[in-house]
Write a new protein. Sequence first.
Length: 459
Amino acid sequence: MTQDTAPALASVPHRIENPELIPAQRYYDPHFFELEKEHLWPHVWQMACRLEEIPNTGDYVEYTILDKSVIIVNTKAGVKAFHNACRHRGVKLVESPGNCGKKGFICPFHGWRWDEHGECTFVFGKEIFNPDLLDQDEIGLAPCRVETWAGCAFINFDDDASSLLESLGPVAETLNARNVDKLKMEWWYGTILPVNWKLAMEAFMEGYHVMRTHPQLHDLAPMSAYGQDVGSMPKRNLDSKQMVATMADFYARLSSGMAGMVHETEVAVMDKLRDMDVPEDPMAALGAFIAKAQEEITRDGLARGAPMFDIPSVNKSHPFHDVEFMFPHFFLLPSFAAMSSYRIRPISPESCKFEIWSLVLRPEGEEYDTPKAPTMLDYDSKEFPEIPMQDYSNLPRQQEGLHAGGFDYMRLSREQEGMISNYQRLIDGYIAGLNTETLTKAQNVVNSGYNAPVLDIGF
């Protein structure tokens, strides 16, 4: 049913009236932050954990978002989620990963216990309680909605929200074709950024910043998307061999700077192709190199026993973006077969937690010391890979600049920075309380990729 959205949207403070202008207050106003806390986060699907974190029956982790805490547990009946509170007096039951297979969940205050399915198995001195208070339906752990996709568990506090796959829309099929559910962690970093969560995300929604922020990539890229003539045009007068060498160098630098975006095994394959025969035309040479790289990376992965897909055919049947966004806070960054991944969570109006994964298609059964938790670093740590380290250097300065005075709006390129406008306008829809059908349709549009233009999200 079509909803008349205008009256509801009119009540949203600092709402987006022009899709190319984003009010600055949205990034620091405490009231706007509280509205997100009340109307957005309780109703959206959130990536709560990678399933690798809970590989065995009884394994559990805690997922937190603002003041909410959820236990994600692997049970014999599949992944379940419970609100992280004792049903007696509300004490948090877990604060770190563990396994409840032998002892269950034990309240540290009075010793009440629950099994992996959330059923209460022990109440100390139960005879002192009115029996009506101990009905199993009432004292079992309160369930939280959970669904799985892409090797991850997602939670939603809203039982009336659309399903996870309905909310994701077409992006799920695009990434499923790339065996996204089979990706494995190589490393996992985290930091606390002194910036609003939306500001942190927006650095990864457009490539316009690459020239200045990541000059090592811009200087190596044989193609430039920006300049006097916006569009994919050769950046330098390169011959065919130089074009191939530059592209191989670009991928190698992308790998060292971001890992999962181009894995070292993929770089090794491309290094062997540097002297391949290519057409004399530089653009044709570039196309021949990339096509051959896709074929050889596929062949190499299969030979190593990795759960590979056919990269060339999937790229044709399921075109992808270098950055794929899943509203409200999850990113996957594909290139060949490996991926990077981001998750951003708000802490306060001007701070957030930012996590990065390097993900790879690893042979089943191959021994690997899978990370159990993120390696937490200061946001300005030199231990971060090159690319996020450069991005993190800008973001705190941007947050400070919003308070400097005289700045009212983000001014967006309609063609290159539209992804920022699209998801921000969807936030307005949640704050306005638009109906589920309207929001789901909008999210299907918003879950688009890097450098997306301003799109019609339906309101």
